[in-house]
Design a protein around this ligand. Sequence first.
Ligand SMILES: Nc1ncnc2c1ncn2[C@@H]1O[C@H](COP(=O)(O)OP(=O)(O)OP(=O)(O)O)[C@@H](O)[C@H]1O
Ligand SMILES: [Mg+2]
Length: 278
Amino acid sequence: MPGPDDILRDFGALLREGAILPREERAAGPLRVGVDLGTANLVLAVTDAASRPVAGLTERSGGIRDGIVVDYAGTVRAVRRMKAELEARLGEKLLRAATAIPPGIHPGAAKAIGNVIEAADFELACIVDEPVAAARVLGVTDGAVVDVGGGTTGISVLRGGTVLASVDEATGGTHMTLVLAGALRLDLAAAEAMKLDPAQARDVFALVRPVVDKMAAIVAGVVDRYPTLDTVHVVGGACSFEEFGAVFAARLGRRVIKPAEPLLVTPLGIALFAGEGR
Ligand SMILES: Nc1ncnc2c1ncn2[C@@H]1O[C@H](COP(=O)(O)OP(=O)(O)OP(=O)(O)O)[C@@H](O)[C@H]1O
Ligand SMILES: [Mg+2]
């Protein structure tokens, strides 16, 4: 039985190779689509009815800021284009999609996110909280899931499969880039490129570590309300740094687990909700 990391690696391979899971290997039933409209990345994830990854596509995002649609037309065009590309690869139409929001955003902003999905000709299955989507992929029913994206850090606490709390804070990878840019007097594009360069990871982490400490303090403010909670799962692009988990573990005094393909956990999790009604 493959575990979450195996499934995430499979999804990562499909996405990077532009490949699809062959039809004969898929479970019967409609394909499920998850659309993650992130500040940094747009991701479409497709699974079969048994939650196996079937295909995926990602591109840079320009029209979303912290769960708010700032360029509606551009984002709709991008999602339509991505949907069409996946349909061409799969040789079939994608009908129904779920999407996600940072926890606690204004209902009006959530509605705009849903409108993007419908304007891209999907039937909208539901809108879930991002860390709740991630928790489903990871099979977390007891613990906290923290999604550290580009613009937002979402935290959900689950017990017995029930979500006890979901909160969102306006920090993420963009903050790290800003700190790097400020410290080294770089423009934002140069700072972002440096941040993503594995050869410079140690130097970069030394400079962005205070941001990670601050993120951990924010997460502590939530999870410390649950003294019996012993495990925190971190996902999202900004937790990619190797030492990220250790800094979190030291501050939180809890076990911190980072899955394979942290950037892809939430998008894949969203697709798992597309089989559900509104
Ligand atoms: N290898 C890496 N090392 C450090 N940071 C990374 C790495 N890969 C991606 N990131 C950062 O992760 C962030 C993007 O993560 P993700 O795709 O989870 O965000 P998003 O979903 O678009 O944003 P949000 O959820 O906040 O709206 C960016 O700030 C990016 O610079
Ligand atoms: Mg995100």
